[in-house]
Design a protein around this ligand. Structure first.
Ligand SMILES: C[S@@+](CC[C@H](N)C(=O)[O-])C[C@H]1O[C@@H](n2cnc3c(N)ncnc32)[C@H](O)[C@@H]1O
Length: 225
């Protein structure tokens, strides 16, 4: 069972800056996302579940044009404080906001050219993932891209063992693994609503992460999300 939103908030309030210790398997997957998401041509980026602001700092200092704006949101007040401090040098073009349990993203319709979320969908319920994807469709501008990174199923003997053990731990006690479980991100994206432009699995220290870049298909009144 996924953690409820109050349980996730309480967990990540306690975990705080320890989140950065996960870089040993997250960073290689984030490198892959940066290689394929073309942040160099982005002007408005929203990150859902920005955590300590580690990826925000990287985007603002190295990957985005100096004219680009970044908005990060998170449900955990401790994470919001950490991310706000970490991005203080960029405060003219960066804002960190609280996101509620309603999954409404803090952006106008068709206003973002990149929406990123890393290791967050892993801990949402299916209903919340579906709500997030509807919101992603709403806020992405034509030609915009969704970049998602998350834990996934193994592709080698070792990564399959790690992924299965992770799932076992999650089934026994979700909080033991931060409420995160491996899943197939591409399977979550309805092909009538999303065009998957890039998909790869990056394995670091045996932990498999899926990296996906997807573009919203043109909306019609009957397009599902
Ligand atoms: C595993 S951490 C990942 C943090 C960061 N994206 C990273 O890759 O290091 C999950 C983050 O998602 C946030 N989170 C969990 N549920 C959320 C929700 N419903 N809305 C917004 N943020 C959420 C947590 O507070 C935490 O900062």
């Amino acid at each position: 069972m996924p953690l409820t939103v109050p349980e996730a908030r309480a967990y990540y309030d306690r975990f705080g800056s320890k989140q950065d210790s996960q870089g040993f398997y997250e960073d290689p997957a984030l490198d892959a996302l940066v290689r394929v998401a073309d942040f160099a041509h982005a002007e408005m980026v929203l990150e859902f579940g920005c955590g300590t602001g580690k990826f925000a700092e990287r985007l603002l200092s190295r990957e985005l044009p100096e004219s680009a704006r970044y908005v990060g949101c998170d449900v955990s007040p401790v994470m919001i404080d950490l991310a706000t401090q970490r991005t203080a040098a960029f405060k003219d073009r960066c804002s960190i906001r609280h996101s509620g349990s309603d999954l409404v993203l803090p952006a106008e319709d068709r206003s973002c050219d990149r929406l990123v979320t890393t290791y967050v969908l892993d801990l949402l319920s299916e209903a919340d993932i579906s709500r997030f994807l509807q919101e992603a469709h709403r806020i992405l501008a034509p030609g915009g891209r969704l970049g998602v990174v998350g834990l996934t199923h193994g592709v080698t003997w070792l990564s399959t063992c790690v992924s299965r053990l992770w799932r076992l731990a999650y089934d026994m006690k979700p909080a033991a693994v931060g409420g995160c479980r491996p899943q197939s991100l591409t399977a979550l994206l309805d092909s009538r609503a999303w065009n998957v432009a890039h998909r790869e699995v990056v394995v670091a220290w045996g932990v498999p992460s899926e990296v996906v870049v997807a573009e919203p298909r043109e909306r019609s009144a009957r397009t599902p999300t």
